[in-house]
Design a protein around this ligand. Structure first.
Ligand SMILES: [Zn+2]
Length: 399
């Protein structure tokens, strides 16, 4: 996602806390934002309807207006809810869930966009039970924790708290260590959820990691050779608080890989330092999962050398051949000057470092299915690379 910011740090000046839980009610229902991931900045109950205002955590910010609230009906009927965005315009098609786990799109006939997406009216059928309305599925820290626990037990992995967010939430890394004895320590690194509303990237990441940590011959062979580090939830404060983009200090974490002003990026930098300071340590690949308007990989330019060489070309060709008509795009000309994770890890290690973007509206089955294919071909392609590849690169911003 692009963000028109001269420097990420300037956003701090505009930081305001807009995150208090709000609630309002009339004779027909009560609306609240008293749960993790909620965002409803103001709620006004009218006699027969509700007006909601959705604010970003601070400005300037990119156009990803996240909203999530709960409706507790008092009687069955049809409820009119008007959402207004104080910044930006409607991006996420509203979804509804009874349990915050299984979600379905709200029928387009019940959603009306006006004023160029600044205002959206929902007409929702209600029965007796409470339900959630949100821009995308809710995937919060507790869900990650349960998912991680299951994964760790199944694949004998280990986890470690590598740092804490601004508000003190743990930053959890999942590790898999290879068989001892290899001369080189070859690392792969997977990052997720720097940007809180980018759920489709998270869905892809979880199914990608399940494939890498699966009990298959390919995955076992991969884990025998590579040190795997995954940090699926880089911005736990932003996720908890329903942020559109930033961490609690109002900083876009994916513009902080260089300044390293934030504890969330600093924690991962320590892991990068450990690899860089280990004379046998080599980073072979970094993938960072996000969401945008389409399925696309932001990569290095084709003529830029990486170690392993031509990795991105070979990986994407192998996976896209299996995806046929649903192949993902490769975009090379993307913001090469910005302090993103992609530019940092490639600049420091010479490794292929790729932003893995899923479309906001990509079919969820395609997200899961394709991420399995990308994971399998990622493993095949890396296993085909020469373990004794060149010594550490010495690129411009290495330390
Ligand atoms: Zn993003």
């Amino acid at each position: 996602m692009s963000l028109k910011l001269a420097a990420p740090i300037c956003a701090v000046l505009f930081l305001v806390t807009l995150n208090a839980a709000h609630a309002c009610e009339n004779d027909f229902a009560r609306l609240d934002a008293d749960f993790e991931g909620a965002r409803m900045s103001e709620c006004v109950a009218k006699k027969h309807s509700f007006n909601i205002r959705i604010d970003p955590e601070n400005t300037p910010i990119n156009p990803s207006p996240w909203y999530a609230f709960r409706v507790t009906p008092k009687q069955p009927g049809e409820l009119k809810i008007v959402i207004r965005y104080s910044d930006s315009s409607h991006r996420y098609r509203p979804k509804r869930s009874d349990d915050a786990t299984v979600w379905r799109l709200i029928d387009e006939k019940r959603v009306r966009e006006r004023r160029k997406g600044k205002k959206v009216t929902l007409r929702l059928e209600t029965e007796d039970e409470p339900f959630f309305v949100a821009g995308q599925e809710l995937l919060v820290a507790g869900t990650y924790q349960k998912w991680t626990d299951r994964l760790v037990e199944a694949a004998s992995l280990r986890t470690e708290i590598i740092g804490a967010s601004v508000e003190g939430r743990p930053l959890v890394a999942i590790y898999s260590d290879p068989k001892p004895g290899a001369e080189k320590k070859e690392h792969v690194l997977f990052l997720g959820r720097q940007h809180p509303p980018e759920l489709t990237g998270s869905i892809a990441m979880l199914s990608f990691l399940e494939t890498v940590f699966a009990d298959t011959a390919l995955a076992r062979q991969f884990r025998d050779r590579f040190h795997i580090t995954a940090i699926p939830l880089m911005n736990p404060d932003g996720v908890k608080n329903g942020n559109w983009r930033h961490n609690t200090n109002g900083v876009d974490l994916n513009r902080d890989w260089g300044p390293f002003t934030q504890p969330e990026t600093q924690a991962v930098k320590r892991l990068a330092d450990a690899i860089a300071n280990d004379k046998n340590g080599e980073l072979r690949l970094m993938l960072d999962f996000h969401s945008t308007s389409r399925n696309v990989f932001y990569t290095q330019f084709r003529d830029v050398e990486t170690i392993p060489p031509k990795y991105t070309r070979d990986w994407l060709a192998a996976a896209n051949a299996r995806l046929k008509g649903r192949a993902f795009e490769r975009a090379e000309r993307h913001q090469t000057e910005l302090p993103t994770s992609k530019n940092y890890f490639h600049g420091r290690f010479g490794a292929p470092a790729i932003t893995y973007e899923l479309g906001d509206q990509t079919d969820r089955r395609l997200i899961r299915g394709s991420s399995i294919i990308f994971a399998e071909e990622m493993m095949e392609t890396l296993l085909a690379s020469d373990p004794s590849l060149a010594d550490k690169a010495s690129p411009p911003n290495s330390e």
